[in-house]
Design a protein around this ligand. Sequence first.
Ligand SMILES: C=C1C[C@]23C[C@H]1CC[C@H]2[C@@]12CCC[C@@](C)(C(=O)O1)[C@H]2[C@@H]3C(=O)O
Ligand SMILES: O=C(O)CCC(=O)C(=O)O
Ligand SMILES: [Fe+2]
Length: 348
Amino acid sequence: MPSRFSDAFRAHPQQQLKHPDFTSLHELPDSYAWNQRDDPSPETFATESVPLVDLNDPNALQGIGHACKTWGIFQVTNHGISTSLLDMVEHTCRSLFSLPVHQKLKAARSPDGVSGYGFARISSFFSKLMWSEGFTIVGPPDEHFRQLWPQDFSYHCDVIKEYKEEMKKLAGRLMWLMLGSLGIIAKEDIKWAGPKTDFKEALAALQLNYYPACPDPDRAMGLAPHTDSTLLTILYQNSTSGLQVFKEGAGWVAVPPVPGGLVINVGDLMHILSNGSYQSVLHRAMVNRSHHRLSSAYLFGPPSTVEISPHPKLVGPTHPPLYRPVTWNEYLHTKAKHFNKALSSVRV
Ligand SMILES: C=C1C[C@]23C[C@H]1CC[C@H]2[C@@]12CCC[C@@](C)(C(=O)O1)[C@H]2[C@@H]3C(=O)O
Ligand SMILES: O=C(O)CCC(=O)C(=O)O
Ligand SMILES: [Fe+2]
């Protein structure tokens, strides 16, 4: 089934920016200086931390429900994704981003496209540049990977294909846990999950992120604050910390890497589906002076024609629907135009 993601971006082409060779920069160019250090660093007051859920725990469902309501993010262990697969994905990321710039640019994202190498899509909403490189994969990566690695592209394609399959299974499992905690348990409740309730027709994007070591990390920004447009996102981060989430009353809280763990966050579409009871979390990535950082985000959403709206089970006389129905494609359009105001723009 063809993905219609690309349509969402055609109306809002991204200006093409050239990345520098980060390793050659010994001080932060002004175009990368965010002057955002007026907020206290999270270590100074983070008394709370993002919940950790063991998926083998019989109470996992309750733990996930609570985490989605209060944080919009949690980490999971015993998720069934093997460490060897995660290592292979990390190796593919490392191999990709360490290619020479001219080689990576052969697989550059086209201005109105979605897949390929380049700056994060949200860059156009900020006057300063982000200290990161990204590679977005929607659909088969073969064509771009052939340009990057004329010799070993098929190895890297296989890694990504297997990773996407495994992520899809995990996303389906997490969907039922998140929904289950809201009382949405029957397969008729989410028809688009399909006859086998495995979300076979779901769409997803894989975003690989690379944050090079930075000579002036306190003034730089790896990935600016945003929410994901997804139902849910599964994030793998290597052992270098950098992810932070914004929590009302606590400020920016670090999400430290947990060995073998994965970070799960609620996206805007899940916020809509849950009629506002699950929070899509504002998050950002910071950079590091001595270590580079790699992450991969599996951005999971519904099939392109499916309209997401507050679930009928969560709507009633005392709980009117807070959002109007939207397809993912339509929402991505809105996001490309209104960015962090997208969610409020679909409110009824
Ligand atoms: C399916 C998606 C979801 C996208 C757009 C498209 C492909 C790339 C995704 C991201 C990944 C990085 C953050 C984000 C905010 C971005 O700039 O690109 C994401 C965005 C969204 O969640 O809105
Ligand atoms: O690198 C990270 O920790 C965050 C990445 C992210 O938020 C994204 O790709 O959407
Ligand atoms: Fe994100």
